[in-house]
Design a protein around this ligand. Structure first.
Ligand code: ADP
Ligand code: MG
Length: 230
């Protein structure tokens, strides 16, 4: 579903990604784990075709990021870091707008389906600016899933949430992971254990470990993470 081959990104002489390669198959929920500045957001922006890599190739569902970026974007639902939303818009108005961008036909039904799916019903008559951070994240997830993409790319989807909101958003993501490939980033190891089937650790732009969680204990993963990021 996702192939990343020898991706390097250099910003003004600084190497943000250094020869990163991995592939993700159907049914996987992958946590991209790394400290701040590791290169997580850069990798996600490349996969979603917001910025080009300096070197390397990536494909999503067989479409090249160079040759067919529109096809890549159609396959992906993306929740960017800091979840940019139009705060003056009403929840339904924004989701309808998002559905319009993808040219969906049954927009009204899709919007209602998403509101239900991410648990927005009690807050669905409000403006986005009136919502708590947890509910704003739900709007971001609904926006990302509205065109029923095969791949979800979520950049730090749980950062800044309180413990209750955290549990609920994890639930929504796990649920989405049942029929989508998910790549999510986090700098907190427990997040990966709570939601993912696989942990890819990056540090200083390099992929330093890649394990299926069924093959590694929590303690081993903790030790690895501390070891590589110290
Ligand atoms: P993460 O998401 O893991 O925190 P980023 O991908 O945002 O990491 O950043 C990786 C490195 O690249 C950091 O050192 C960051 O300062 C740098 N960087 C990110 N975006 C830019 C940019 N647009 N221009 C210059 N440097 C950048
Ligand atoms: Mg980031």
């Amino acid at each position: 579903m996702i192939e990343v081959n020898n991706i390097t990104k250099i910003y003004d002489g600084q190497r943000a990604l250094d020869n990163v390669s991995f592939s993700i198959n159907e049914g996987e929920v992958v946590g991209l784990l790394g400290p701040n500045g590791a290169g997580k957001s850069t990798l996600m922006k490349i996969l979603t075709c917001y910025i080009p890599p300096t070197e390397g190739e990536a494909t999503v569902c067989g479409h090249s990021i160079y040759e067919d970026p529109l096809a890549v974007r159609r396959e992906i639902g993306y929740l960017p870091e800091h979840n940019p939303l139009y705060l003056d818009m009403y929840v339904r108005e924004f989701l309808d707008f998002s559905a319009g961008i993808y040219g969906l036909k049954n927009r009204h039904d899709k919007v209602e389906e998403m509101i239900e799916l991410v648990g927005l019903t009690p807050e669905s008559n409000k403006r986005i600016g009136q919502l708590s951070k947890g509910y704003r994240q739900r709007v971001g997830l609904a926006q990302a899933m509205i065109h029923d993409p095969k791949v979800l790319i979520l950049d730090e989807p749980t950062t800044g949430l309180d413990p209750n909101q955290l549990e609920e958003i994890r639930g929504v993501i796990k649920n989405a992971g049942k029929d989508k490939v998910v790549l999510l980033s986090t700098h907190i190891m427990q997040e990966v254990e709570a939601m993912c089937t696989r942990a890819i650790i990056i540090n200083h732009g390099r992929l330093v470990s890649d394990d299926h969680l069924k093959n590694i204990t929590s303690q081993q993963l903790t030790e690895k993470f501390h070891h590589v990021t110290m």
